[in-house]
Design a protein around this ligand. Structure first.
Ligand SMILES: Cc1cc2nc3c(=O)[nH]c(=O)nc-3n(C[C@H](O)[C@H](O)[C@H](O)COP(=O)(O)OP(=O)(O)OC[C@H]3O[C@@H](n4cnc5c(N)ncnc54)[C@H](O)[C@@H]3O)c2cc1C
Length: 252
């Protein structure tokens, strides 16, 4: 692979502000929060503003055999967003439009670079709630959350990201733009390709848009603090609460 040829092809196909080759910038965005994980030197960073730009970039990289790494906000803790030597990073942070909040169908359509907390705040304005709550929600993107199947403390009661993804727009490894999944409450026919994409950490394709399920906004949570003399006592208290909640669900 001749990197000058790759860069020339990218420059010819993309707007000038989408292609970044300044090593100070590319290096600073070439890794996530996993300081222990190996990082390569990328030849370019693409800051895409459309799904088509993502697809174009992947097509060019595939033609030249250049490895591609997807990057959301770079809050990952496993080095998944780390650049491969001589590769290209595709940053999704500029794909940041919330396209639709639908209170009737209780769903949202968002671009992959939308920040989790921004979706939650916008949904809340319409009395709706997006439950997946990784502790990185003020910074991490919906695309990154889906790619890592992220979940926070609400997962015990409400599940993790996979429980809320209905449909995806994805750029495949060949640079094709495809739509997966459905927007209906029931969708049982065919292979569940959305489930395959969730948690795939950018290895099967690049998510450019997602349709996610919303719930009605719950009442403000109340926090109760309990002090216990041992971890066993604390665990038994948690079990008692869970048992009580289950029996109330059965009879109420
Ligand atoms: C302070 C802190 C708290 C955290 N708390 C939690 C937590 O409670 N629960 C939890 O699950 N995680 C947590 N994490 C880990 C991290 O925030 C999550 O994995 C998050 O989902 C990553 O989102 P991101 O946008 O930063 O993705 P990145 O870090 O940029 O990428 C993560 C992976 O997803 C891939 N990727 C990113 N965007 C796309 C896309 N559009 N299409 C395809 N692949 C893509 C990348 O290639 C990489 O493999 C935490 C991290 C930090 C720093």
């Amino acid at each position: 692979m001749n990197s000058a040829e790759v860069l020339a092809a990218l420059a010819a196909a993309l707007p000038s502000d989408a292609l970044i080759v300044d090593p100070d910038v590319t290096r600073s965005l070439s890794h996530d929060e996993a300081e222990w994980a190996p990082v390569g030197e990328p030849i370019a960073l693409i800051r895409a503003t459309s799904s088509d730009q993502v697809a174009t970039t992947v097509r060019i990289c595939a033609r030249f055999g250049v490895p591609v790494t997807a990057r959301g906000a770079g809050t990952g803790l496993s080095g998944g967003a780390n650049a491969i030597e001589g590769g290209v990073i595709i940053a999704l942070d500029r794909l940041n439009q919330i396209r639709l909040i639908d209170p009737l169908e209780r769903l949202a359509v968002v671009q992959a670079g939308v920040i989790n907390d921004e979706l939650r705040a916008t949904a809340a304005e319409q009395g709706l709630w997006y439950p997946p709550d990784p502790a990185s929600s003020p910074w991490s993107t919906i695309g990154g959350n889906i790619a890592t199947n992220a979940g926070g403390v609400c997962c015990v009661k409400y599940g993790v990201t996979k429980d809320y993804v209905l449909a995806l727009e994805v750029v495949t490894g060949t640079g094709d733009l495809v739509r997966l999944g459905r927007v209906t409450a029931k969708g049982v026919a065919g292979y569940d390709l959305v489930a395959l994409m969730v948690g795939s950490e950018g290895t099967l394709g690049i998510i450019t848009e997602a349709t996610v399920r919303l719930k009605p906004l719950p009442a403000a949570p109340r926090t109760i603090v309990g002090y216990f003399s041992s971890t066993v006592d604390a665990g038994e208290a948690a079990q008692a609460v869970a048992r009580r909640a289950s029996s109330r669900r059965r009879w109420n």
